[in-house]
Structures are given as C-alpha cells and as structure tokens.
Design a protein around this ligand. Structure first.
Ligand code: AMP
Length: 428
C-alpha cells in the first residue's frame, strides 16, 4: 500500500515525500479512507502507531478541498489532547503534512502566557489544537469561537479521563456544533470510553491496531526483584551497562524524579527529569537534550511522559511499577518503536508484587524474572510465589490449569520459599 493509493492530493503527497514516509502505517491505511469518506471514527491505537498522521492527513485534505477562498478564516477543525507536549507534536504534524496547503493552525495550552496564542487566534486559523483547560479558558473569554466545526478530534481519550478531564470534555461537547465529523482515539477502550464514544459519535467506524492487552512482542520485558531502598544502586548498575544507550525511567512522583536525577548525576550518569513542576522551557530543553543524546537518562512521571515521542529508545525502566496496569503497557510502548528492539525493565519491591500480578494478568503472560543481580530481593520473589500459590488454590479453572507461569518458575519459587523459611527459622 502506498500513500498514492489512498487518493491523497498532490500537496499532501509532496509533504509526505519530504518527510520520507513511503508506506502508510496500518492505522493510516485503515483510518484515512474512512475519514475521507466522512465517517465518524473510533481509533484504538497508541502513540507510536502513526495515529496523528492518520487523522491530520485526511483533515488537511478535506479542509483544503472545501476551502472557500476570500472568506475570513474560522476554526473548522478542533483537536483536543491531554498534554502540552502532545499538543505541540500534533501542531508539528499539521505543519509538516500541510506545508504545501494554505491552511493555518494554532496550538494552545496552559502554563504559559496566553498573549501569543490569542494574537494567533485573532489573525484567523483553520485548525485549532488545544488542551482542554486552556481551550475553555479562551472560550469563556470570548476569544475562541467555534460556530462551524467540520471536525472534532479527541486524542488519547483514555488518558484524558485518567487525568480527570471528563467534565472539561463534557463542557466542550456542549459548546461545539452537533453537526460535525468526530474522531476519537484511545489506546485502551474501557467501558467509560465506550460510553463517551456512544455519546459523541454518530455511527462510528472502528479501526484498531495492537490492542493494549497484547504488548508488542519485539519488546523484551524483564523484572528485577529488589528492595525499595536498593533500587537506586540497582539502577546505577543497570545504567552502567554499555548496551543501555538511551533510557526513559518512570518514577511515580515529581519529588522522587528530582531525587533520582541528583543521585545519578552524582554517579556520573547524564540524567535529567521532566515533570509538571518544571517550566515549559525546562521540559522542552530536557526533551531536546535527550533527543540529541546529550543526556542518556530521562526521568519522567507518567503525565509528563505522555507526549514524549522519541524513536530509538533502547530501554524503558519502571523504577516504580504503575498502580494502573494499562499504564505499564503505555510506558513500555515507548521502546520497541519503528521496528527497533526494545527492553523494558521493571524494578519490583515486595510491596509492588500485587501490581506486577495485575500487569501480568492484563498482558496475559508472566514476565521473565532476572535473579542474577547483586540486589535480588527474596521478599519480592516470595510474594510472587505466594501469589502463584493463591492462584493455584483459587477456584480451579477448566482442566485444572491452576497458575500461569512455567513449571521452572514455580519450582524456583518453591525452592526459594523453602530457603526463606529455613533462614527465618534459623534467625528465630
Ligand atoms: P504518532 O503515533 O502519531 O505519535 O507517530 C509516531 C511517529 O511515527 C512519529 O514520529 C511520526 O513522524 C512517524 N510516522 C507517522 N507515520 C509514518 C509513516 N507512514 N512512515 C514513517 N514514519 C511515520
């Protein structure tokens, strides 16, 4: 399949050539014709699948074809996305794919002065990319007006809900015209998203790529059992391994990320943090340094990491496991992109074993455990073993297949458990 076969107009084909895109990604091949045909659409796809081009290309094409020359520009496409980083990236996509058209776009997000954004909006734009809060802010001030909207796109809908934007979205749905083409993209499709989709889409077509519960196979996933207080030392050991080229480390808190940066820098490892307490400039600089390979390690919280789009990430490390299992899938999806082999490492303390179990349940597989390291935590291993035993005594599934995981793993855990019990009774 080529872009020509998707019946795209010459200015877009030219722009894609300049981007050196030769083949549409699966989400593009499926979604572009449906959007060009005027359908509402639910796209089940994560960042990294090419979903931004999947909606921006047909929007550019349809707006270009319907352009009424000589008329004052009005917002005809509104794209809502949860973070400023994502908003900027979507803006860059419209810029890139629309460079040979006459369309104008603006990107608006909070945390920065609204003045340049207002000036741009007043000069007239066709496409508006916005985070929910700033959009409503500008709407309430009478600066944004959307009386005629051809397209409404909700990007990363599941994250939007995770981040508590549901009320903002409902409000936005009240202020936009009912007659429009609506596109909703989400990496996961929990019931709340389905409900939202039912409320805002009209007879939607559905396209789906790599469903969230089947983590991309090219990513090698590993678990290291380690006590929380030894995680830093283990991380340093892992980062000093020469195969680790460019790594995104996920930490749970902003404070934790900053502390970790300090510790790593002390060990001579080039690291920076990116999180919501940093200014937009500081975040952008940290991201640029990471993209340019000036820093090897970028430490991020989930929210800050949302918009990060870096190809060729060799490793993702979960310094702490997320509490929501789907977040694990989002996190590790940052590596193994564009056919690169990626490694996703999770450091699991005893108190996190329950999260590990939930993740393994979601992805329907046991993640390989690496025991051959200096900080191995028996308590974590025992916790995992206990969970397996519990699974064994739980109401037996059909054919008596009690627990997930290989026999070798089970034997290992039972051996470790016996050793643990022996050493505990010796201490007593
Ligand atoms: P997205 O999922 O929209 O965040 O896109 C992920 C990355 O893939 C971005 O860096 C895009 O520039 C790139 N990309 C999108 N479509 C294509 C394509 N057809 N060929 C090559 N790269 C692409």
């Amino acid at each position: 399949m080529t872009f020509e076969q998707l019946d795209l107009i010459q200015p877009i084909l030219e722009a894609l050539k300049q981007q050196e895109y030769t083949t549409p990604t699966p989400i593009q091949a499926q979604a572009i014709p449906k959007i060009l045909d005027g359908n509402d659409l639910i796209g089940c796809a994560q960042t990294g699948t090419g979903k931004t081009a999947a909606f921006s290309i047909p929007i550019i094409q349809k707006l270009t074809e319907s352009a009424e020359h000589g008329k004052r520009r009005m917002v005809k496409a509104l794209i809502i996305t949860p973070t400023r980083e994502l908003a900027i990236q979507i803006g860059e996509s419209f810029e890139a794919y629309g460079r040979y058209t006459n369309l104008k776009h603006a990107v608006v997000f909070g945390g920065v002065s609204q003045v340049p954004q207002v000036n741009l909006l007043r000069s007239g734009v066709d496409i508006l990319i916005a985070t929910p809060g700033r959009l409503l802010d500008l709407y309430n001030q009478g600066i944004v007006k959307v009386p005629h909207l051809d397209f409404f796109v909700l990007d990363e809908a599941d994250r939007m809900l995770d981040m508590g934007f549901i009320h903002d979205i409902k409000r936005i749905l009240q202020i936009i015209p009912a007659k429009r083409q609506t596109l909703l993209f989400s990496a996961t499709m929990p019931p709340e998203i389905q409900k939202l989709a039912n409320a805002m889409l009209h007879k939607p077509q559905r396209v789906e790529v790599t469903p969230v519960s089947s983590t991309v196979d090219i990513i090698k996933q590993l678990v290291y059992f380690v006590e929380a207080k030894q995680k830093k030392d283990l991380l340093v050991t892992l980062l000093n391994n020469e195969t680790v080229e460019s790594v995104l480390v996920f930490a749970r808190t902003k404070h934790g990320s900053d502390k970790l940066v300090k510790s790593l820098v002390k060990e001579g490892i080039r690291a920076e943090a990116i999180h919501g307490n940093k200014s937009q400039n500081a975040r952008q600089n940290a991201l640029n340094n990471f993209k340019d390979r000036k820093t090897k390690v970028l430490i991020a919280t989930d929210i800050a990491a949302r918009g990060i789009d870096v190809d060729q990430l060799s490793h993702v490390i979960n310094y702490e496991l997320p509490e929501v299992p789907e977040t694990y899938v989002h996190r590790i999806g940052r590596t193994g992109r564009a056919g690169n082999k990626g490694v996703a490492i999770s450091l699991v303390a005893p108190e996190e074993v329950k999260h590990l179990n939930e993740i393994e349940h979601l992805i329907k597989k046991k993640i390989r455990v690496v025991y051959d390291h200096p900080f191995v935590s028996l308590a974590s291993a025992l916790g995992a073993s206990k969970a397996m035993d519990n699974a064994k005594v739980a109401p037996a599934p059909a054919k008596g297949k009690g627990y997930r995981g290989s026999k070798a793993n089970g034997d290992f855990f039972r051996r470790k458990k016996r050793e643990g019990q022996r050493s505990a009774s010796k201490k007593r």
